[in-house]
Design a protein around this ligand. Structure first.
Ligand code: SF4
Ligand code: SF3
Length: 559
C-alpha cells in the first residue's frame, strides 16, 4: 500500500505497511483501484458531456465513491469490490449510450483506467500496486495530481452532503469529473495542474456555499447557542459526523421513545439550528474530536451512529453498539441502509438497542458556545467595525480546520491561551476542540471564540471576511486585521485551504505539519505565490500574528 493523503501519514511521508488511521493494506489497495476506475469513468463522462450526454446518477456515483475514500470513512474492502463491479456496469451503460447517440468510441485513444476490467477480486488486488499515486514518475506532477485529487475528494464529500438535502450544482459535479479526468492526462504541464488546483479552490467555495444554503434553507440560520456538555439519566444515542439529515430523522424517530440524543465531534453545531430546538430529547454534546473515540464512546454506553468521517476502528468494548450509515462502513459493524423512494432511513434497530443500554457516564459538565455563522456574526457587523476602529478589537485569527492526534497540536491550545485578550478567534471544524472549552472571555458582548460550525462552515469565515472587506471599503482581503493559523488532517481541509488560497488569502500558517504529498518544488511554489508557512513555535507565531494584525491599515495603533 501507499497512502499519503492525510496529516498523520507515517513519518510525514506515507503509510506503506498499514495506515496510522487503521486502514489496512487490502483496503488501501482496493481504494486505490476504485479511485483509478473513477478517474476513467470521469474521463468517459467528460467525453460524453462534450456531446451533450449527462448521466446524473453517474456523477453522484463518482462523488460518493470519492467521498468513501476520504480518511476515516470506509474500511470495508468487500464493499469497495462491489463498487468496482458496479463501476464496470455503469461504464458499459455509458459507452452503449454514447455509441447509440454519437457513434463509435476510439478505443485506442482511451486511457487504460477507462477500459481495464476484471471479473475476479484477486485481479483487482494484483492491478492495484500498478496504478496508485506513487506510480507517476515526475514527483512534481505526482504531487499536483495528489493535491488536486485530495481537493476534489473534499469537494465531492461536501457535494454529497448537499445532494442528500436536495441541493445539487451541475458545475460542481462537472468539475469533479473534469478535474479527476485531468489526473490521467500526461500532456498536462505543472502550470496546467496548478490552474486546476486553483479552480478546485473556486469550486470548493462554491460547494461550501451550496451546502450552507442547503443547511440554512432546511434547518434555519444557526443562532448563538450554549450547548450543554453534561449528561442526563436516560438511555441515549450518540450521533457523529456531518450528516444533519440523519440526525433530523433520528430525532423524529426517537421522539416519545424515552431515548435521548447527543452529538459528538463534527455534529456539535447541529445544536445551533432552529429546526432542532423543538426536540426536548436533543440534549447536548458528548466528548470531543474524532480521535478521542476510544475512551469517549466506551464511556457513552449507548449506541453510536457514524454518519460521515471520522470513524476510528472501534474497540471490542463498544463495536457491537456502533452503527454506520451512508458511505461509512467497517466490517462487522451494523449498517443502517439508505433511504428508499423518498422515505426516511429506518433507525428502529438502533433505537431499540438504545433502550437496553445504560445512561452515559458523565465526563464533563458546563456548556460550549456555537452558532456564530455568517448570519449571526454579520448581524453585528456595525458593532464589530466600531470595536475595531475604537481599538477594542485588535483583530481576528482564523484557527479552523481539523483536530488530530499529533502531539504538536497542543500548539493550538497554547496559541488560543496566549493570544492577547483583544483578539478574537474565528473557528470551524473539529479543530475547535483544542480551545472551545477554555474560558477566554468576551470583548463587550462578543465572545472571544466565535465558532461557525463544521469544517464546511469555513465558508462562513470567508463570507465574514469578504463582507468586512466590502463594509470597510478595503481593496485587498489581506489588509483586513485577520491572520490565518489553520490545522488540517483530512481531505476536506485540503478543499478549505484551496478555497482560501483562491480567494487571495496570503500568509496562511498551516500545521501541525505541511502535507507530505507536497514535493519540494510544489511546496516552494505555495510559499512563493501565497506565502504559506508551516507553524513554528507558539511564541514566535504569536509575535508574528500580532505584528500582522497591527500592520492592517484598519487597526488603531495600540498604546
Ligand atoms: Fe495513512 Fe492517512 Fe492514508 Fe490512513 S489516510 S493510510 S493514516 S495517510
Ligand atoms: Fe474533523 Fe474528521 Fe476534519 Fe470536518 S471530523 S473536520 S478531521
Amino acid at each position: 500500500m501507499y497512502c499519503d493523503q492525510c496529516q498523520e501519514t507515517l513519518s510525514n511521508e506515507a503509510c506503506t505497511d498499514t495506515g496510522v488511521c487503521g486502514k489496512d493494506a487490502q483496503t488501501s489497495n482496493i481504494q486505490d483501484l476504485f479511485v483509478w476506475e473513477l478517474r476513467g469513468l470521469a474521463y468517459l463522462a467528460e467525453e460524453a458531456r462534450a456531446e451533450g450526454i449527462v448521466d446524473g446518477d453517474l456523477r453522484v456515483f463518482i462523488a460518493e465513491g470519492l467521498f468513501s475514500t476520504i480518511t476515516n470513512v470506509n474500511f470495508d474492502p468487500e464493499w469497495f469490490e462491489e463498487q468496482i463491479r458496479e463501476g464496470f456496469e455503469r461504464r458499459r451503460n455509458l459507452r452503449e449510450r454514447y455509441e447509440r447517440e454519437v457513434g463509435p468510441i476510439d478505443e485506442a485513444a482511451l486511457p487504460e483506467a477507462a477500459t481495464w476490467e476484471a471479473a475476479e477480486s484477486a485481479a483487482f488486488y494484483e492491478k492495484a500496486p500498478e496504478i496508485g499515486v506513487q506510480t507517476t514518475e515526475n514527483e512534481d506532477i505526482q504531487s499536483l495530481r495528489g493535491l488536486l485529487t485530495y481537493g476534489i475528494k473534499g469537494i465531492a464529500a461536501y457535494a454529497d452532503h448537499a445532494y442528500v438535502l436536495g441541493e445539487q450544482k451541475d458545475e460542481v459535479f462537472a468539475f469533479v469529473q473534469r478535474g479527476l479526468a485531468a489526473t490521467l492526462d500526461d500532456e498536462l504541464s505543472v502550470d496546467d495542474l496548478i490552474g486546476l488546483v486553483l479552480e478546485a479552490g473556486e469550486i470548493g467555495t462554491e460547494v461550501m456555499a451550496a451546502l450552507d444554503e442547503a443547511h440554512t434553507s432546511t434547518y434555519g440560520h444557526p443562532e448563538p447557542t450554549e450547548v450543554d456538555i453534561g449528561v442526563r439519566d436516560r438511555p441515549t444515542v450518540l450521533v457523529s459526523g456531518h450528516g444533519l439529515k440523519d440526525l433530523e430523522e433520528l430525532l423524529e424517530q426517537t421522539e416519545g421513545e424515552g431515548v435521548d440524543v447527543y452529538t459528538h465531534g463534527e455534529m456539535l453545531p447541529a445544536h445551533a439550528y432552529p429546526a432542532f430546538e423543538e426536540y426536548d430529547h436533543f440534549v447536548g454534546n458528548y466528548g470531543n474530536a474524532w480521535w478521542q473515540q476510544h475512551e469517549e464512546l466506551e464511556a457513552f454506553n449507548g449506541p453510536v451512529l457514524m454518519t460521515t468521517n471520522c470513524l476510528v476502528p472501534p474497540k471490542d468494548s463498544y463495536a457491537g453498539r456502533t452503527y454506520t450509515t451512508g458511505v461509512v462502513r467497517f466490517p462487522g459493524l451494523p449498517h443502517v441502509e439508505g433511504r428508499v423512494d423518498g422515505g426516511q432511513k429506518d433507525f428502529s434497530a438502533l433505537i431499540e438497542h438504545a433502550k437496553e443500554t445504560e445512561p452515559p457516564e458523565q465526563i464533563e459538565t458546563g456548556t460550549v458556545p456555537n452558532g456564530f455563522t455568517h448570519d449571526a456574526v454579520l448581524s453585528r457587523v456595525d458593532d464589530i467595525i466600531e470595536a475595531i476602529q475604537a481599538g477594542d478589537i485588535r483583530g481576528f485569527v482564523v484557527m479552523g480546520g481539523c483536530d488530530g492526534r499529533h502531539p504538536k497540536r497542543e500548539y493550538y491550545t497554547e496559541m488560543a491561551e496566549s493570544l492577547p485578550d483583544d483578539v478574537i478567534i474565528l473557528t470551524a471544524g473539529c479543530a475547535k476542540y483544542r480551545y472551545n472549552k477554555l474560558d477566554l472571555g468576551d470583548i463587550g458582548e462578543i465572545p472571544r471564540v466565535l465558532d461557525a460550525g463544521q469544517c464546511n462552515d469555513s465558508y462562513s469565515l470567508l463570507k465574514i471576511a469578504m463582507e468586512l472587506q466590502a463594509a470597510l471599503g478595503v481593496e485587498d482581503i489581506n489588509d483586513l486585521p485577520i491572520a490565518y493559523d489553520i490545522a488540517w488532517y483530512e481531505q476536506k481541509a485540503v478543499t478549505v485551504l484551496l478555497a482560501l488560497l483562491r480567494q487571495g488569502v496570503e500568509g496562511i500558517r498551516l500545521g501541525p505539519t505541511l502535507p507530505a504529498f507536497l514535493s519540494e518544488n510544489v511546496a516552494e511554489l505555495l510559499v512563493e505565490e501565497f506565502d504559506i508557512k508551516p507553524v513554528d513555535s507558539v511564541e514566535s507565531d504569536r509575535e508574528a500574528i500580532i505584528e500582522e494584525l497591527e500592520s492592517s491599515p484598519l487597526v488603531a495603533p495600540s498604546m
